[in-house]
Design a protein around this ligand. Structure first.
Ligand SMILES: NC(=O)c1ccc[n+]([C@@H]2O[C@H](COP(=O)([O-])OP(=O)(O)OC[C@H]3O[C@@H](n4cnc5c(N)ncnc54)[C@H](OP(=O)(O)O)[C@@H]3O)[C@@H](O)[C@H]2O)c1
Length: 362
Protein backbone atom coordinates (compact mmCIF):
# COMPACT_ATOMS: atom_id res chain seq x y z
CA UNK A 1 0.00 0.00 0.00
CA UNK A 2 1.38 3.47 -0.84
CA UNK A 3 2.18 5.64 2.21
CA UNK A 4 -0.42 8.17 3.36
CA UNK A 5 0.40 11.87 3.08
CA UNK A 6 1.11 11.96 6.83
CA UNK A 7 3.44 8.97 6.58
CA UNK A 8 5.24 10.46 3.61
CA UNK A 9 5.71 13.75 5.47
CA UNK A 10 7.04 11.92 8.51
CA UNK A 11 9.53 9.99 6.35
CA UNK A 12 10.48 13.26 4.70
CA UNK A 13 11.09 14.79 8.11
CA UNK A 14 13.15 11.90 9.45
CA UNK A 15 15.21 11.83 6.26
CA UNK A 16 15.66 15.58 6.44
CA UNK A 17 16.51 16.10 10.08
CA UNK A 18 17.35 12.65 11.35
CA UNK A 19 16.27 10.87 14.50
CA UNK A 20 15.51 13.08 17.46
CA UNK A 21 16.83 10.97 20.30
CA UNK A 22 20.14 11.92 21.83
CA UNK A 23 22.36 10.25 24.39
CA UNK A 24 21.79 12.23 27.58
CA UNK A 25 22.97 11.88 31.10
CA UNK A 26 22.52 14.35 33.93
CA UNK A 27 25.67 15.76 35.53
CA UNK A 28 26.86 13.87 38.60
CA UNK A 29 26.43 16.63 41.17
CA UNK A 30 23.71 19.25 40.95
CA UNK A 31 22.31 21.91 43.20
CA UNK A 32 18.73 21.80 44.42
CA UNK A 33 17.75 24.37 41.81
CA UNK A 34 18.92 22.31 38.88
CA UNK A 35 16.51 22.58 36.00
CA UNK A 36 15.33 19.02 35.53
CA UNK A 37 14.48 19.59 31.89
CA UNK A 38 18.03 20.38 30.84
CA UNK A 39 19.62 17.81 28.57
CA UNK A 40 23.30 17.11 28.14
CA UNK A 41 25.75 15.77 25.61
CA UNK A 42 28.31 13.51 27.23
CA UNK A 43 31.88 14.15 26.09
CA UNK A 44 34.37 11.88 27.86
CA UNK A 45 32.25 12.15 31.00
CA UNK A 46 31.94 15.95 30.74
CA UNK A 47 28.36 17.16 30.43
CA UNK A 48 27.63 19.85 27.85
CA UNK A 49 24.20 21.40 28.33
CA UNK A 50 22.30 21.58 25.05
CA UNK A 51 21.32 25.14 26.01
CA UNK A 52 24.41 27.14 26.79
CA UNK A 53 24.94 30.87 27.30
CA UNK A 54 26.42 33.21 24.70
CA UNK A 55 28.31 36.07 26.35
CA UNK A 56 28.88 38.54 23.50
CA UNK A 57 26.31 40.87 25.07
CA UNK A 58 28.40 41.41 28.22
CA UNK A 59 30.49 44.59 28.07
CA UNK A 60 29.38 45.32 24.50
CA UNK A 61 27.86 48.77 23.97
CA UNK A 62 26.45 47.71 20.60
CA UNK A 63 24.17 45.32 22.50
CA UNK A 64 23.04 48.05 24.90
CA UNK A 65 25.53 47.26 27.68
CA UNK A 66 25.75 50.31 29.94
CA UNK A 67 22.31 51.50 28.76
CA UNK A 68 19.78 48.64 28.86
CA UNK A 69 21.73 46.46 31.28
CA UNK A 70 25.11 46.42 32.99
CA UNK A 71 27.57 44.55 35.17
CA UNK A 72 25.07 43.52 37.85
CA UNK A 73 22.73 41.89 35.32
CA UNK A 74 25.61 40.24 33.47
CA UNK A 75 26.93 38.61 36.66
CA UNK A 76 23.41 37.58 37.71
CA UNK A 77 22.76 35.99 34.29
CA UNK A 78 25.92 33.85 34.44
CA UNK A 79 25.28 32.75 38.02
CA UNK A 80 21.63 31.94 37.38
CA UNK A 81 22.66 29.97 34.29
CA UNK A 82 24.93 27.78 36.41
CA UNK A 83 22.17 27.28 38.98
CA UNK A 84 19.83 26.12 36.24
CA UNK A 85 22.23 23.49 34.97
CA UNK A 86 23.74 25.41 32.06
CA UNK A 87 27.34 24.24 31.71
CA UNK A 88 28.40 25.71 28.37
CA UNK A 89 29.52 29.35 28.63
CA UNK A 90 30.82 30.90 25.41
CA UNK A 91 32.80 34.11 25.24
CA UNK A 92 35.63 35.54 23.10
CA UNK A 93 38.58 37.85 23.51
CA UNK A 94 36.99 40.31 21.09
CA UNK A 95 33.66 40.66 22.95
CA UNK A 96 33.72 44.08 24.57
CA UNK A 97 37.50 44.01 23.93
CA UNK A 98 38.04 41.61 26.80
CA UNK A 99 35.23 42.97 28.98
CA UNK A 100 33.05 39.91 28.41
CA UNK A 101 35.82 37.55 29.54
CA UNK A 102 36.42 39.73 32.61
CA UNK A 103 32.73 39.73 33.53
CA UNK A 104 32.41 35.97 33.04
CA UNK A 105 35.55 35.49 35.18
CA UNK A 106 34.10 37.68 37.90
CA UNK A 107 30.79 35.84 37.84
CA UNK A 108 32.53 32.48 38.11
CA UNK A 109 34.59 33.46 41.14
CA UNK A 110 33.26 31.40 43.98
CA UNK A 111 30.30 30.17 41.94
CA UNK A 112 29.42 26.49 42.13
CA UNK A 113 28.07 24.26 39.36
CA UNK A 114 29.66 22.32 36.57
CA UNK A 115 30.92 24.43 33.72
CA UNK A 116 32.31 23.99 30.26
CA UNK A 117 34.12 27.26 29.65
CA UNK A 118 34.81 28.26 26.06
CA UNK A 119 36.49 31.30 24.59
CA UNK A 120 37.87 32.26 21.19
CA UNK A 121 41.07 33.58 19.66
CA UNK A 122 40.64 36.25 16.97
CA UNK A 123 43.07 35.02 14.32
CA UNK A 124 44.20 38.30 12.75
CA UNK A 125 47.81 37.09 12.98
CA UNK A 126 47.28 33.42 13.74
CA UNK A 127 50.90 32.49 14.45
CA UNK A 128 51.37 29.97 17.27
CA UNK A 129 53.28 32.37 19.51
CA UNK A 130 50.61 35.07 19.04
CA UNK A 131 47.83 32.60 19.84
CA UNK A 132 49.63 31.48 23.00
CA UNK A 133 50.09 35.08 24.15
CA UNK A 134 46.41 35.82 23.58
CA UNK A 135 45.41 32.59 25.31
CA UNK A 136 47.33 33.60 28.43
CA UNK A 137 45.57 36.98 28.41
CA UNK A 138 42.19 35.24 28.11
CA UNK A 139 43.00 32.91 31.01
CA UNK A 140 44.00 35.90 33.10
CA UNK A 141 40.79 37.79 32.35
CA UNK A 142 38.71 34.69 33.03
CA UNK A 143 40.62 33.98 36.23
CA UNK A 144 41.19 30.30 35.40
CA UNK A 145 44.25 28.07 34.87
CA UNK A 146 42.83 26.34 31.84
CA UNK A 147 39.83 26.32 29.51
CA UNK A 148 37.50 23.57 28.44
CA UNK A 149 37.39 24.78 24.84
CA UNK A 150 39.64 27.15 22.88
CA UNK A 151 38.32 28.10 19.45
CA UNK A 152 39.65 29.84 16.35
CA UNK A 153 37.01 32.54 15.89
CA UNK A 154 37.18 32.80 12.09
CA UNK A 155 39.10 31.20 9.25
CA UNK A 156 42.00 33.34 8.08
CA UNK A 157 42.66 32.48 4.42
CA UNK A 158 45.87 34.56 4.37
CA UNK A 159 47.77 32.06 6.53
CA UNK A 160 48.30 28.35 5.89
CA UNK A 161 45.87 26.26 7.91
CA UNK A 162 48.77 24.17 9.24
CA UNK A 163 50.22 27.28 10.90
CA UNK A 164 46.88 28.14 12.49
CA UNK A 165 46.33 24.71 14.01
CA UNK A 166 49.89 24.68 15.33
CA UNK A 167 48.81 27.19 17.99
CA UNK A 168 45.96 24.88 19.00
CA UNK A 169 48.45 22.02 19.27
CA UNK A 170 50.58 24.06 21.67
CA UNK A 171 47.57 25.05 23.76
CA UNK A 172 46.58 21.38 24.10
CA UNK A 173 50.17 20.27 24.71
CA UNK A 174 50.62 22.73 27.57
CA UNK A 175 47.34 21.63 29.12
CA UNK A 176 45.83 25.12 28.79
CA UNK A 177 42.66 23.80 27.22
CA UNK A 178 40.93 20.45 27.38
CA UNK A 179 39.48 20.64 23.84
CA UNK A 180 39.89 22.80 20.78
CA UNK A 181 37.31 24.06 18.32
CA UNK A 182 36.86 26.23 15.24
CA UNK A 183 34.21 28.73 14.30
CA UNK A 184 32.70 29.77 10.97
CA UNK A 185 34.52 26.89 9.25
CA UNK A 186 33.10 24.97 6.27
CA UNK A 187 33.01 21.20 6.64
CA UNK A 188 36.00 20.71 4.34
CA UNK A 189 38.11 23.25 6.23
CA UNK A 190 37.07 21.74 9.58
CA UNK A 191 38.11 18.27 8.44
CA UNK A 192 41.34 19.51 6.89
CA UNK A 193 42.25 21.36 10.11
CA UNK A 194 41.58 18.20 12.08
CA UNK A 195 43.74 16.11 9.74
CA UNK A 196 46.58 18.60 10.13
CA UNK A 197 46.21 18.68 13.92
CA UNK A 198 45.95 14.91 14.21
CA UNK A 199 43.50 15.03 17.14
CA UNK A 200 39.79 15.84 17.20
CA UNK A 201 38.63 19.39 16.75
CA UNK A 202 35.54 18.81 18.87
CA UNK A 203 33.35 21.72 17.82
CA UNK A 204 32.51 24.06 14.99
CA UNK A 205 30.62 27.17 16.11
CA UNK A 206 28.46 28.49 13.27
CA UNK A 207 25.42 30.65 12.68
CA UNK A 208 22.49 28.28 12.87
CA UNK A 209 18.87 29.28 13.24
CA UNK A 210 15.58 28.91 11.38
CA UNK A 211 16.53 31.77 9.05
CA UNK A 212 19.91 30.21 8.43
CA UNK A 213 19.48 26.43 8.43
CA UNK A 214 22.44 25.75 6.10
CA UNK A 215 24.44 23.79 8.75
CA UNK A 216 21.79 21.07 8.45
CA UNK A 217 23.07 20.17 4.99
CA UNK A 218 26.60 19.03 5.77
CA UNK A 219 27.88 20.09 9.18
CA UNK A 220 25.19 18.42 11.28
CA UNK A 221 25.28 15.05 9.50
CA UNK A 222 29.06 15.08 9.91
CA UNK A 223 28.89 15.92 13.62
CA UNK A 224 26.20 13.29 14.20
CA UNK A 225 28.12 10.60 12.36
CA UNK A 226 31.47 11.30 14.00
CA UNK A 227 30.69 12.47 17.54
CA UNK A 228 31.62 16.10 16.91
CA UNK A 229 29.45 19.01 18.05
CA UNK A 230 27.91 21.95 16.22
CA UNK A 231 27.60 25.00 18.46
CA UNK A 232 24.75 27.15 17.13
CA UNK A 233 25.40 30.86 17.44
CA UNK A 234 22.70 33.50 16.92
CA UNK A 235 20.10 30.74 17.47
CA UNK A 236 17.38 33.39 17.82
CA UNK A 237 18.65 35.18 14.69
CA UNK A 238 19.77 37.91 17.09
CA UNK A 239 16.21 38.38 18.33
CA UNK A 240 14.55 38.46 14.88
CA UNK A 241 12.75 35.20 15.72
CA UNK A 242 11.34 36.54 18.99
CA UNK A 243 8.48 38.24 17.13
CA UNK A 244 9.26 41.44 18.99
CA UNK A 245 10.54 43.44 16.03
CA UNK A 246 8.50 44.85 13.14
CA UNK A 247 9.42 46.75 9.98
CA UNK A 248 10.31 50.26 11.09
CA UNK A 249 10.69 49.08 14.69
CA UNK A 250 13.98 47.19 14.59
CA UNK A 251 16.66 47.32 17.27
CA UNK A 252 19.69 49.61 17.16
CA UNK A 253 23.33 48.94 17.98
CA UNK A 254 25.11 46.06 16.25
CA UNK A 255 21.82 44.97 14.68
CA UNK A 256 21.28 48.32 12.90
CA UNK A 257 23.63 47.12 10.15
CA UNK A 258 22.12 43.64 9.87
CA UNK A 259 20.10 42.91 6.71
CA UNK A 260 17.75 40.85 8.90
CA UNK A 261 16.42 43.92 10.69
CA UNK A 262 15.73 45.96 7.56
CA UNK A 263 12.13 46.24 6.45
CA UNK A 264 12.82 43.64 3.74
CA UNK A 265 14.54 41.28 6.20
CA UNK A 266 11.79 41.43 8.79
CA UNK A 267 9.11 40.98 6.13
CA UNK A 268 10.92 37.93 4.74
CA UNK A 269 11.22 36.48 8.26
CA UNK A 270 7.52 37.09 9.10
CA UNK A 271 6.20 33.66 7.92
CA UNK A 272 8.81 31.87 10.06
CA UNK A 273 7.89 34.02 13.06
CA UNK A 274 4.23 33.26 12.37
CA UNK A 275 4.91 29.50 12.33
CA UNK A 276 6.77 29.85 15.64
CA UNK A 277 3.89 31.88 17.09
CA UNK A 278 1.32 29.27 16.14
CA UNK A 279 3.23 26.44 17.79
CA UNK A 280 4.10 28.59 20.80
CA UNK A 281 0.44 29.56 21.35
CA UNK A 282 -0.61 25.90 21.41
CA UNK A 283 1.96 25.12 24.08
CA UNK A 284 1.83 28.30 26.15
CA UNK A 285 5.47 29.09 25.48
CA UNK A 286 7.14 31.85 23.43
CA UNK A 287 8.28 31.90 19.78
CA UNK A 288 11.91 32.21 20.97
CA UNK A 289 11.59 29.06 23.04
CA UNK A 290 10.15 27.14 20.09
CA UNK A 291 13.01 28.42 17.89
CA UNK A 292 15.55 27.03 20.36
CA UNK A 293 13.61 23.78 20.88
CA UNK A 294 13.73 23.18 17.11
CA UNK A 295 17.53 23.42 17.03
CA UNK A 296 18.16 21.23 20.06
CA UNK A 297 15.74 18.59 18.81
CA UNK A 298 18.68 17.55 16.66
CA UNK A 299 21.51 15.45 18.05
CA UNK A 300 24.95 16.97 18.67
CA UNK A 301 23.72 20.57 18.70
CA UNK A 302 24.41 23.03 21.52
CA UNK A 303 22.69 26.43 21.27
CA UNK A 304 24.25 29.47 22.90
CA UNK A 305 21.59 32.21 22.97
CA UNK A 306 22.73 35.57 24.28
CA UNK A 307 20.70 37.17 27.08
CA UNK A 308 20.41 40.67 28.47
CA UNK A 309 18.33 39.79 31.53
CA UNK A 310 17.84 36.89 33.92
CA UNK A 311 14.29 36.53 32.59
CA UNK A 312 15.56 35.96 29.04
CA UNK A 313 18.11 33.46 30.29
CA UNK A 314 15.47 31.55 32.27
CA UNK A 315 13.17 31.45 29.26
CA UNK A 316 15.97 30.16 27.05
CA UNK A 317 16.92 27.44 29.53
CA UNK A 318 13.28 26.34 29.78
CA UNK A 319 13.33 25.63 26.04
CA UNK A 320 15.23 22.43 26.88
CA UNK A 321 11.95 21.13 28.37
CA UNK A 322 10.07 21.41 25.09
CA UNK A 323 9.83 18.27 22.96
CA UNK A 324 8.41 19.30 19.61
CA UNK A 325 6.25 16.83 17.76
CA UNK A 326 7.20 15.66 14.27
CA UNK A 327 4.46 17.70 12.58
CA UNK A 328 5.61 20.82 14.44
CA UNK A 329 9.21 20.23 13.35
CA UNK A 330 8.03 19.74 9.80
CA UNK A 331 5.97 22.96 9.83
CA UNK A 332 9.02 24.88 11.04
CA UNK A 333 11.26 23.26 8.47
CA UNK A 334 8.82 24.17 5.69
CA UNK A 335 8.52 27.80 6.80
CA UNK A 336 12.31 28.00 7.11
CA UNK A 337 12.78 26.60 3.60
CA UNK A 338 10.67 29.44 2.19
CA UNK A 339 12.79 32.17 3.79
CA UNK A 340 14.78 34.08 1.16
CA UNK A 341 16.90 37.18 1.64
CA UNK A 342 19.78 38.33 -0.51
CA UNK A 343 22.24 39.17 2.24
CA UNK A 344 24.65 40.73 -0.25
CA UNK A 345 22.13 42.98 -1.99
CA UNK A 346 20.51 44.18 1.25
CA UNK A 347 23.95 44.76 2.80
CA UNK A 348 24.88 46.91 -0.19
CA UNK A 349 21.64 48.91 0.17
CA UNK A 350 22.30 49.38 3.86
CA UNK A 351 25.85 50.51 3.17
CA UNK A 352 24.65 53.00 0.55
CA UNK A 353 21.92 54.47 2.75
CA UNK A 354 24.34 54.79 5.69
CA UNK A 355 26.93 56.53 3.46
CA UNK A 356 24.25 58.89 2.13
CA UNK A 357 23.18 59.75 5.69
CA UNK A 358 26.78 60.45 6.69
CA UNK A 359 27.30 62.63 3.58
CA UNK A 360 24.11 64.65 4.13
CA UNK A 361 25.02 65.39 7.75
CA UNK A 362 28.68 66.33 7.03
N1 LIG B 1 31.46 32.64 16.50
C1 LIG B 1 30.90 33.71 16.01
O1 LIG B 1 31.34 34.26 14.99
C2 LIG B 1 29.71 34.30 16.73
C3 LIG B 1 28.93 35.30 16.11
C4 LIG B 1 27.81 35.79 16.79
C5 LIG B 1 27.51 35.29 18.06
N2 LIG B 1 28.30 34.34 18.64
C6 LIG B 1 27.99 33.79 19.98
O2 LIG B 1 26.64 33.37 19.99
C7 LIG B 1 25.92 34.01 21.06
C8 LIG B 1 24.50 34.23 20.66
O3 LIG B 1 24.37 34.87 19.42
P1 LIG B 1 23.79 36.35 19.26
O4 LIG B 1 23.94 37.09 20.51
O5 LIG B 1 24.40 36.91 18.00
O6 LIG B 1 22.25 36.12 18.89
P2 LIG B 1 21.00 35.41 19.61
O7 LIG B 1 21.44 34.59 20.72
O8 LIG B 1 20.25 34.80 18.50
O9 LIG B 1 20.16 36.68 20.12
C9 LIG B 1 20.42 37.27 21.35
C10 LIG B 1 19.45 38.41 21.58
O10 LIG B 1 18.11 37.94 21.45
C11 LIG B 1 17.27 38.57 22.42
N3 LIG B 1 16.77 37.50 23.31
C12 LIG B 1 17.50 36.60 24.04
N4 LIG B 1 16.70 35.77 24.73
C13 LIG B 1 15.44 36.12 24.43
C14 LIG B 1 14.17 35.63 24.84
N5 LIG B 1 14.06 34.60 25.67
N6 LIG B 1 13.06 36.24 24.34
C15 LIG B 1 13.17 37.29 23.47
N7 LIG B 1 14.34 37.79 23.07
C16 LIG B 1 15.47 37.21 23.54
C17 LIG B 1 18.14 39.56 23.18
O11 LIG B 1 18.14 40.83 22.51
P3 LIG B 1 16.95 41.93 22.63
O12 LIG B 1 16.21 41.65 23.92
O13 LIG B 1 17.65 43.22 22.61
O14 LIG B 1 16.10 41.72 21.40
C18 LIG B 1 19.52 38.96 23.02
O15 LIG B 1 20.54 39.89 23.15
C19 LIG B 1 26.74 35.28 21.33
O16 LIG B 1 26.50 35.78 22.63
C20 LIG B 1 28.14 34.77 21.13
O17 LIG B 1 28.59 34.07 22.27
C21 LIG B 1 29.38 33.83 17.98
Amino acid sequence: MPPTVAEARRADLVAAIGPRRRKCRPPAARGAQHNRGMRYIDVDGRQLSVVGLGCWQFGEKGWGYGRDFGEAESLAIVRRALELGVTVLDTAEMYGRGASERLVGKALTGAGGDRFLATKFLPVVPLPQVLMRHLHHSLERLGVQHLDLYQLHWPNPLFPLGVQVEGLRRALGEGLTRYVGVSNYSLSRWRRAERLLGVPILTNQVRYNLLHPQPERRLLPHAQATGHIVIAYSPLAQGALSGRYRPGKGPGGVRRVSPLFTEEGLQAAAPVVEALREIAAGRDVTPSQVALAYLISQPRVVVIPGAKSVAQLEANVAAADIQLKDDELLALRRASDLFRLSWLRVSRQLFRSTSNRVESTS
